[in-house]
Design a protein around this ligand. Structure first.
Ligand SMILES: [Zn+2]
Length: 360
């Protein structure tokens, strides 16, 4: 459920960026497209940062700090390391790492200066200035993603044990519960999503970003399908395909668009918010009208997820360089996932008992 990463970038900052873009571009003469994403720079500090990064990429140092990733000579060949590592691909990574180190250290230097002048933190490349720990970009978000992952695993495993070891099975060893397979897929997609969320927060490059976004969109799309199937009690295979097919086609197209055409944060946010809101509404309305014995859990989760969304909207800078709104949002999803899987287990038990009664 890293689906709200996008609110870190776009909306208001996207508009601001669109206005500033020509100015920024003209003021620096830089053709690096990444700099076009910069959203919260004031014009006065932008050239300073650019100059710092440029200088650092040449010398490999910011002030007294020098970085080993920047040790390549001007003719494009690596100075150190064995010959088999001196390939262009390796060098590209090295150059990339050098740039990343430079940006990070220029940002730290700039933030220190600003703090002394009594200014509040600003965003760099659309992201808050986080302090790295052992090279991990956002250690708190990584730890919370890992906790979320383990919570999903725990939930899925307890669901599995309940269905196959505690509740009675049909004569062909299938479960009575009609949504078993769907929740298995849900469990796998959410564990996959939290795994890539942890990777993305530890190292933010294009590949990890795309993997994280794609898994989050896949999870969100599938949960939407699942909410409709469960709330409307769709048990017939053909009807399930009718609901799922157009949504799967839409989500697949969107993921392909993001990965191979354009990583459009604004569009992605709209798609995710739309799917998320519809999903929450389906669950909320169902929770309102159903006689399900565990409907209060549904209410709690819908309310909790809704409130947690506010954390992403009221984005604030990381406290001490570590805990920002997005990290807190990842913290809130831990108890919510626990309650959610508890509802899923209740639902499995509830449906199984109903079906057993019918048979008798
Ligand atoms: Zn995240």
């Amino acid at each position: 459920m890293a689906q709200l990463h996008w609110t870190l970038f776009p909306s208001s900052s996207l508009l601001l960026l669109l206005c500033l873009l020509p100015l920024l571009h003209a003021s620096t003469g830089d053709s690096d497209p990444i700099y076009r994403q910069v959203s919260s720079f004031s014009l006065s500090n932008f050239p300073w940062f650019q100059a710092c990064v440029d200088q650092c990429e040449k010398t490999g140092c910011v002030g007294k700090n020098c970085f080993q990733h920047c040790k390549f000579s001007s003719d494009g060949k690596s100075i150190d390391g064995p010959w088999y590592l001196q390939e262009p691909l390796y060098l590209r990574w090295k150059q990339w790492d050098c740039r990343s180190d430079c940006r990070y250290n220029c940002m730290l230097a700039r933030e220190e200066e600003r703090e002394q002048l009594g200014h509040k933190p600003i965003k760099y490349h659309g992201k808050w200035p986080f302090r790295r720990v052992y090279g991990i970009q956002e250690p708190v978000a990584v730890a919370l993603s890992a906790l979320n992952l383990s919570m999903q695993f725990h939930g899925w495993l307890s669901f599995f044990i309940l269905l196959y070891y505690k509740l009675p099975l049909r004569s062909d060893k299938r479960t009575y519960y009609e949504y078993t397979g769907l929740w298995h897929i849900y469990g796998i997609l959410s564990m996959n999503s939290w795994f890539w969320s942890a990777v993305f927060h530890s190292r933010d490059v294009e590949l990890t970003e795309k993997l994280d976004y794609s898994s989050a969109v896949a999870l969100l799309g599938f949960s939407l399908i699942l909410s409709i199937l469960r709330a409307f009690n769709v048990r017939d295979e053909a009807a399930r395909v009718m609901v799922a097919a157009p949504l799967i086609a839409f989500v697949t197209t969107h993921i392909l668009y993001l990965n191979f055409y354009k990583l459009d944060y604004g569009l992605n946010m709209k798609v995710c918010v739309a799917m998320g809101v519809v999903k929450l509404l389906v669950w909320a309305i169902w929770a309102g009208i159903t006689r399900h014995p565990s409907r209060w859990k549904l209410w709690f989760v819908v309310l909790g997820v809704g409130l947690a969304m506010l954390l992403e909207i009221y984005d604030f800078p990381p406290y001490q360089g570590f805990v920002d709104a997005h990290a807190l949002w990842h913290a809130t999803t831990i108890p919510l996932s626990y309650l959610w899987w508890s509802f899923i287990r209740d639902d499995a038990e509830f449906r199984t008992l109903i079906l057993l009664k019918k048979i008798k």
